[in-house]
Design a protein around this ligand. Structure first.
Ligand SMILES: C[S@@+](CC[C@H](N)C(=O)[O-])C[C@H]1O[C@@H](n2cnc3c(N)ncnc32)[C@H](O)[C@@H]1O
Length: 302
């Protein structure tokens, strides 16, 4: 369940929200938000048990699950990723050959159920994987040239030590006229360590893909700035220190502790607020995206 929670972005929610939901779920445990924030797990290794533990009756448990399910749908990045992959999948005709490059647990497989889906992943990270068609490095996929009509390439490029070699390989396996969707972060904490190497600006994305031979069809912010802010606030709610000693040595740490608890709680609530705002409108006039999305094609004549 911890894996499910991670995948769907419970890690995007804050210790503050956990405190709030615990209070809703357990009237007996009238613990203050500050105390909950203090006791929340800063490592974010949450489980359903963590949420449900204080709730005894099935009715309360159901209520909790309903509230949590609603909260869990608020991860604006996940929503945007699905929207973009759905939009890409809509271009794919029935029976087309699709490669999910670096598929992980294959979150978009169901979107291309009308096509012939294959996946490639080196499966080296300690996490659940869907069964890959090819367990391989993306720099060396064991298939013939021009095999695929479409390639899904989501949240993988930052993990590649040699991105040029992989783009060259993806170009090789894509048919002339075929298309590839790219998404990857510009602003995101290190993850899947030690396989996390780079963050890509829009200029690097264009440069690397066109150098590999692809033609740019479109490049956009995946989320607006609200999504970036929501992510940053969640980070603050999660990572800011909570004990006086952690905050700063001496009396100042003690004095600042209540303020820090309050700040973390507020950041938690604001994170959910900004995720929801992101879902209503994509603000792109200023700021910067958390991720870019791009679609490239392989020229028909190569
Ligand atoms: C952040 S996950 C993204 C998974 C999936 N595409 C998604 O959007 O949820 C990155 C994936 O790339 C895979 N990966 C990273 N480097 C790789 C490489 N050199 N060759 C093959 N797979 C790789 C990892 O195993 C992991 O499953």
């Amino acid at each position: 369940m911890a894996d499910l929670a991670k995948r769907w972005g419970v890690d995007q929610f804050t210790n503050g929200m956990i405190g709030t939901t615990q209070r809703i779920g357990s009237i007996k445990r009238r613990v203050s938000a500050c105390a909950l924030l203090a006791s929340a797990n800063p490592g974010n290794s949450l489980t359903w048990g963590d949420f449900g533990a204080p709730i005894k009756s099935p009715l309360h448990r159901l209520l909790m699950m309903t509230i949590l399910s609603r909260l869990m749908t608020v991860n604006s990045s996940r929503s945007r990723l699905f929207e973009e992959n759905q939009r890409f999948a809509n271009m794919i005709p029935a029976g087309a050959m699709v490669l999910d490059a670096g598929a992980g647990d294959a979150p978009y497989k169901s979107l291309v159920s009308h096509a012939v889906y294959e996946s490639a992943d080196f499966e080296k990270v300690d996490k659940p994987y869907a069964k890959s068609t090819y367990v391989c490095d993306l720099a060396d996929i064991p298939v013939e040239a021009n095999r695929y009509d479409f390639v899904l390439f989501n949240q993988v490029m930052e993990h590649l030590p040699e991105p040029k070699a992989v783009l060259k390989e993806l170009f090789r396996v894509l048919k002339p006229g075929g298309k590839i969707i790219y998404t990857a972060p510009l602003f995101y904490e290190e993850h899947e360590q030690p396989y996390d190497f780079y963050r890509y600006t829009q200029f690097a994305i264009k440069y690397l893909f066109t150098e590999a031979g692809f033609t740019l069809e479109r490049l956009d912010w995946l989320e607006g700035y609200y999504g970036t802010v929501a992510y940053q606030m969640n980070g603050m709610a999660t990572h800011l220190p909570s004990t006086p000693a952690e905050i700063t040595p001496g009396l100042l740490g003690v004095a600042l502790a209540p303020l820090m608890y309050l700040l973390r709680f507020q950041m938690g609530l604001l994170s959910v607020f900004f995720h929801r705002l992101e879902m209503r409108s994509k603000f792109m006039k200023r700021g910067y995206p958390k991720n870019y999305v791009a679609v490239f094609s392989k020229p028909a004549q190569t």
